[in-house]
Ligand binder design. Structure first.
Ligand code: BF8
Ligand code: SF4
Length: 637
């Protein structure tokens, strides 16, 4: 296949090696389907198609007089705003559904109903409980867990008071801004439901009112993300620095390769735990290398952060992991799983195993997680993979050798711990001093997915390298962190190769003080997409220490290859949180001048944050650096 064409699909050499193999073997890939879909519908692209009632679909033609309203009279601005906020609601439902699942597990576990889910990190439990106002004195871990589980579940329903997870984790200044604008979320599910109500036929037709409600829902999404992080840490442990590798070279020909894919650690963490006991079973089946667990997408991030499980690939290249011919099973929970994985079973022995009642895929085998017998379930799933190992087709095997070393596990606690090695009394001081003296110009959080419209990883790698060269400290989550990991940017060598002098000096000083024998990695992996909340915690701590609000900090965010509706929710709360937020693909809002104006300009007056839509990565770098410099100037730096 033509080299140029391949590099238009993915910048990852392992993926580039697998695409032609897939072609030869007659596999239809995501990129084939992209071609079949092009050109995208122009109305949908602009956000100008409405299907919210049975009279439609209605489309607004921006170039044609006389078709400026849908049948009911909704205009372009209303239709675009409705579509946008429905996407925010969907993202919120996904993130918070994940958190709610963990809240049920914590609650039932505290009642003694789930033996396989004990509290693993009591310190984190106590810290979260104290933040939520739970009295700790004289209570057992189970009693505290019960209370936190109950409070978490209450956060979903109708409530008068502000959502605790949002209210207790942002700056006072943000609380005031959100109160003034009427966007303080109460119950998370109520916020989602309100979004569906107001976008129903004949309801909210004021684009500004719709967008503000969308912001409120996005802040409920933030609560869900933060809750997801907190409860995962309580149940499965708060991540510590961990060494691993990333990309397809982590697959082993002589081992049973099992990919853990989706988002929630509820099953995947248990699989990691029991896999240790099952190595002999795998060996007895002829797999000398035993069981080799690998990660895909955010479930991959969860098990990387806590156990060092190496990620094999992410997001749009998930099919290509199957094309290697050595993946024996893909075990999925929910979100970001390509249904096409089921079709690949026609050509490869790889078993696709669904495990959640709300994410079945036709053609896949369903082995539902029974939380009361989680370890047994996990063992059954591993046995299914061991069986599949014997069915490999030797003619189909080709493992790309690409892999990069990765240091992950940068929870807020890890970062503060590393800074404590420099100043045990006042850990944030070294970070702030270096921002003030300019060694660190600012901070950028990379988040979000790969997108088939962008050569995979190209925007991530280009923007990250340029920002690092300009002494911007980089944090990353989600498939963004995965992308940067596969390209070798999450290790100390990358710091030496790509960091500007100031950044290099800081990462080296902190890394050496923390006993790493070298610098911290160029980019700090903070976890999965819900773990964007960890980055907020760091920014809030810095803002509080400096005595300014979030919208004054030289902190920016970038989702240069965003795809999922969840990314729209996160981007919206990042903007509401005061951050200039770059998106590298054009979201379907361009059909409404009012919506575009609010998101990219008016938001700034209301929240301090705003969207930067820029598809050219080099121009995006200029804009992000410009935003950082403007903030520095505002702080007198
Ligand atoms: O929640 S970055 S493709 S896996 S949505 Fe999905 Fe996007 Fe990946 Fe993580 Ni986040
Ligand atoms: Fe058309 Fe209005 Fe129905 Fe939307 S809600 S499909 S614009 S009639």
């Amino acid at each position: 296949m033509d080299k140029d064409k391949l590099s238009q699909m993915s910048a990852d050499p392992a993926v580039q090696a697998m695409i032609p193999k897939a072609k030869e073997e007659g596999i239809e890939s995501l990129w084939d389907r992209l071609e079949q879909q092009l050109p995208n519908c122009g109305f949908g692209d602009l956000g100008l198609c409405c299907r919210n009632c049975l009279q439609g679909p209605c489309r607004i033609d921006p170039f044609k007089q006389g078709a400026q309203r849908g049948i009911c009279g909704a205009d372009a601005d209303t239709i675009v705003a409705r579509n946008l906020v429905r996407a925010i609601a969907a993202g919120t439902a996904a993130h918070s559904g994940h958190a709610k699942h963990l809240a049920h597990i914590l609650y039932k576990s505290a009642k003694g109903e789930l033996k396989d889910y004990p509290v693993k990190d009591a310190d984190k439990l106590n810290a979260v409980a104290a933040r939520l106002g739970v009295e700790l004195e004289g209570k057992s871990t189970e009693e505290i867990a019960l209370e936190v589980g109950r409070l978490a579940l209450e956060e979903f329903s109708e409530k008068e008071s502000p959502n605790l997870w949002a209210a207790t984790t942002v700056t006072q200044g943000r609380v005031e801004t959100f109160s003034k604008l009427g966007v303080v979320p109460g119950g998370i599910d109520s916020a989602i439901s309100d979004m569906m109500h107001r976008t129903h036929y004949g309801c909210d037709a004021d684009p500004i009112n719709l967008i503000l409600a969308g912001v409120k829902c996005a802040l409920a999404d933030y609560s869900g993300c933060h809750m997801g992080t907190d409860l995962s840490d309580i149940l499965f442990g708060t991540p510590q620095p961990v060494f691993s590798e990333a990309n397809m070279g982590v697959l082993k020909e002589n081992a049973v390769n099992i990919a853990l894919h989706g988002h929630n650690p509820a099953l995947s963490d248990i699989i990691v735990q029991v896999s240790k006991e099952m190595q002999e079973e795998a060996k007895a089946a002829g797999a000398e290398g035993g069981i080799n667990l690998v990660g895909i997408c955010c479930t991959g991030n969860e098990v990387l952060m806590r156990h060092g499980v190496p990620p094999v690939t992410h997001s749009i290249s998930q099919e290509m992991a199957v094309v290697t011919g050595v993946l024996d099973a893909i075990v999925v929970d929910y979100q970001c799983i390509l249904p096409s994985l089921a079709n690949l079973q026609e050509c490869y022995h790889t078993r696709l195993i669904t495990t959640m009642p709300n994410a079945k895929i036709s053609g896949a085998e369903h082995m539902e997680l029974d939380e009361e017998n989680a370890k047994e379930c996990a063992k059954d799933i591993i046995r299914a993979a061991i069986k599949a190992f014997g069915k490999r087709n030797p003619d189909r095997i080709n493992i790309p050798q690409d892999k990069a070393s990765v240091v992950a596990g940068f929870s807020t606690e890890t970062i503060v711990g590393a800074l404590k090695a420099v100043d045990s009394e006042d850990p944030l001081k070294p970070l702030i001093d270096n921002i003030v003296n300019g060694n660190i110009q600012g901070v950028c959080l990379f988040a979000g997915c790969n997108n088939a419209k962008v050569p995979q990883d190209y925007n991530f790698v280009t923007v990250a390298k340029e920002l690092a060269k300009n002494n911007v400290l980089i944090l990353a989550t989600g498939c963004g962190a995965g992308s940067l990991a596969r390209h070798g940017l999450l290790n100390p060598q990358a710091t030496l190769d790509y960091a500007g002098d100031g950044l290099k000096a800081v990462l080296t000083a902190v890394g050496e003080a923390a006993g790493l024998n070298g610098p911290l990695p160029l980019i700090l992996h903070m976890g999965s997409c819900v773990d964007n909340s960890r980055a907020v915690d760091v920014a809030v701590a810095v803002a509080n220490k400096l005595g300014v609000d979030m919208d004054k900090l030289p902190v920016v965010a970038s989702a240069p290859e965003a795809t999922a509706e969840k990314a729209i929710s996160i981007g919206t709360w990042a903007v509401a949180g005061g951050l200039p937020t770059h998106v590298g693909v054009v979201p379907p809002v361009m059909g409404s001048p009012i919506v575009v104006d609010v998101l990219t300009d008016k938001a700034r007056g209301l929240f301090g944050g705003y969207f930067i839509v820029e598809t050219d990565p080099y121009k995006a770098v200029d804009k992000l650096l410009g935003a950082i410099q403007e903030r520095r100037k505002g702080l007198g730096l």
